[in-house]
Design a protein around this ligand. Structure first.
Ligand SMILES: Nc1ncnc2c1ncn2[C@@H]1O[C@H](COP(=O)(O)OP(=O)(O)OP(=O)(O)O)[C@@H](O)[C@H]1O
Ligand SMILES: [Mg+2]
Length: 511
């Protein structure tokens, strides 16, 4: 992939991000044009929409035009280039606007038309033409090709189209004053989705907004960040809640069976094939969740793309097509941009899946959520195991400084084990698994806030608490490891009030 294509891909990612960054239509569209201008040098961009009622075409966002110029940019169907593209639905390229009589320059924004080319691409969604995107371009000193530009603009136009549809639904919802609206302004509260950090609240905000629509969602985030949980939440908050939620893990099914699994098969379609109803059909009226979509084999990607475009499936070995009314949510922990670059993932499919991207940040980037999650899981496991367990403040501190590579799943598992295994009702430092405790020596609490002798004591205490369980509370061995005499160690154990608990070592046995 050459340099230009890389810049282009980056710009497209940016575009998809800003499109859903707020629910201010004008602002989002302006940001799109700003990216086109700054990253791809497409100047004086405008987005026109077609109003079905008044049959008028007007500018909703423009970059490089004044308010006045924007107001002047009104067209009727068939009028000028913009009107023609709306009428025909075919992109147009004007190599030199000075020589093109059909180019009306109604906005009056180009006093000098010399050397300017003009590209105009329709915004279409399922054959319906919603508007056009147009940009000025100067090709003289550039190596880029018109075809490249048209391709990029077409992708941008299709993203805008999907966004405009979403916007329409949102407007209707807002007008109907669905409870959603009230909730949008407040905190986002779902009983099973815990997190008050700014970044997680932003996730919940998007979840709330998209739940009311049928928009295709792509969830990405590291393992254990809650992608599946969020997919389910979107489903159960949507009007499809009564319909099925069908989850498929694209990585778990062998490539040769995946197609039949997804789209169904007729008896005898291939050796050993039985008649089966595909998951898409089973999800009829509901939501299909394609987990680890980055693992979808290249051979199946065009087929999925077709299903998404046409909303029909064709079971293997069958000649009939079945209409499917399904909402698609997919998830990946791979960097799909990278997969596209490597040729493992089709760009066109990506743009179909990535209508609403939701990025779920890893736990280490939103540590404020840790105490809440700890509390939540402590409570729920205490319920399950009929115990009443609390945790030491120090433990919480360690939890806060640990990086949780396994994210919420690791945290939940850790707490479950602690609740199951603890014999007294308070979880202490030495109960923690070694992985989590690994952060102890690096604990940043030695920040100079305490006087030096206190810090030394703190370090001493932590080292001892860390070492004791390693030697199963054997005083002789622990003292030896720490370079103390038994007497010195016993003295310190007493001084710091450390409890000696012999017992099983939880984390050696079960992993
Ligand atoms: N914000 C949250 N609040 C409460 N529980 C959560 C939250 N996020 C994740 N979990 C819990 O963490 C566990 C992992 O979540 P989930 O399976 O949805 O992650 P994932 O992103 O799909 O992981 P993977 O990529 O490994 O499949 C689940 O038990 C889920 O209930
Ligand atoms: Mg998952």
């Amino acid at each position: 992939m050459d340099k230009y294509e890389n810049i282009e891909l980056k710009a497209l990612f940016e575009v998809s991000k800003v499109l859903t960054s707020s629910f201010d239509l004008g602002k989002n569209l302006y940001s799109v044009l700003e990216i086109l201008s700054k990253a791809l040098d497409m100047r004086r961009g405008s987005i026109f929409v077609f109003d079905k009622k008044t049959e008028e075409i007007s500018i909703v966002a423009a970059y490089g035009l004044t308010e006045e110029e924007m107001k002047r940019g009104r067209y009727r169907i068939g009028e000028g280039i913009v009107g023609t593209v709306i009428e025909t639905g075919i992109p147009m390229f004007i190599p030199d606007i000075e020589k093109e009589p059909q180019f009306l320059n109604k906005t009056g924004s180009r006093p000098n038309k010399k050397g300017i080319s003009f590209l105009c691409v329709p915004i279409k969604i399922e054959e319906e033409i919603l508007g056009v995107v147009s940009v000025d371009r100067i090709y003289a000193d550039e190596k880029t090709e018109v075809d490249d530009d048209l391709r990029v603009l077409s992708i941008v136009a299709s993203l805008i189209g999907q966004f405009l549809k979403l916007w329409e639904t949102y407007k209707i919802m807002e007008d109907e004053n669905i409870t959603l609206r009230a909730q949008l302004k407040e905190r986002y509260n779902f009983p099973n989705l815990i997190g008050q950090s700014h970044s997680f609240q932003a996730v919940l905000k998007t979840v709330m907004k998209v739940a009311g629509t049928d928009a295709t969602v792509l969830l990405f985030g590291e393992s254990g960040t809650g992608k599946e949980l969020i997919a389910k939440t979107i489903h159960f908050q949507s009007k499809r809640a009564k319909g099925p939620f069908v989850a498929i893990n694209c990585a778990a099914i062998p490539e040769n069976l995946l197609e039949a699994e997804l789209f169904g098969s007729e008896k005898g379609a291939f050796t050993g094939a039985v008649k089966r109803i595909g998951e898409f059909e089973q999800a009829q009226g509901g939501t299909i969740f394609l987990d680890e979509v980055g693992e979808l084999p290249l051979s199946l990607q065009p087929k999925l793309l077709r299903v998404l475009q046409e909303r029909t499936v064709e079971p293997l070995g069958s000649s009939k097509t079945i209409r499917v009314d399904v909402r698609l949510i997919s998830a990946t922990n791979k960097d799909l941009a990278e997969e596209i670059r490597k040729g493992n993932f089709r760009e066109d499919l990506f743009w179909r899946l990535n209508v609403i991207p939701i990025y779920i940040p890893p736990l280490r980037e939103r540590k404020e959520d840790i105490p809440l999650l700890v509390e939540y899981y402590l409570k729920s496991f205490c319920n399950i195991y009929k115990k009443s367990v609390t945790i030491d403040d120090e433990v919480l501190k360690v939890f806060m400084s640990y990086d949780w590579p396994g994210n919420v799943r690791e945290l939940a598992n850790t707490i479950e084990r602690l609740v199951v295994m603890t014999e007294i009702n308070k979880i202490k430092l030495y109960d923690l698994p070694d992985t989590v405790k690994g952060v102890l020596p690096l604990k940043p609490s030695f920040s100079g806030e305490l006087k030096l002798p206190r810090e030394v004591e703190e370090l001493e205490r932590i080292r001892i608490m860390d070492a004791l369980p390693k030697y199963n509370f054997n005083i002789r061995k622990t003292a030896q490891a720490l370079g103390l005499t038994e007497r010195q160690l016993n003295y310190r154990i007493k001084k710091y009030g450390i409890t000696i608990r012999k017992g099983i070592n939880l984390y050696d046995s079960d992993n």
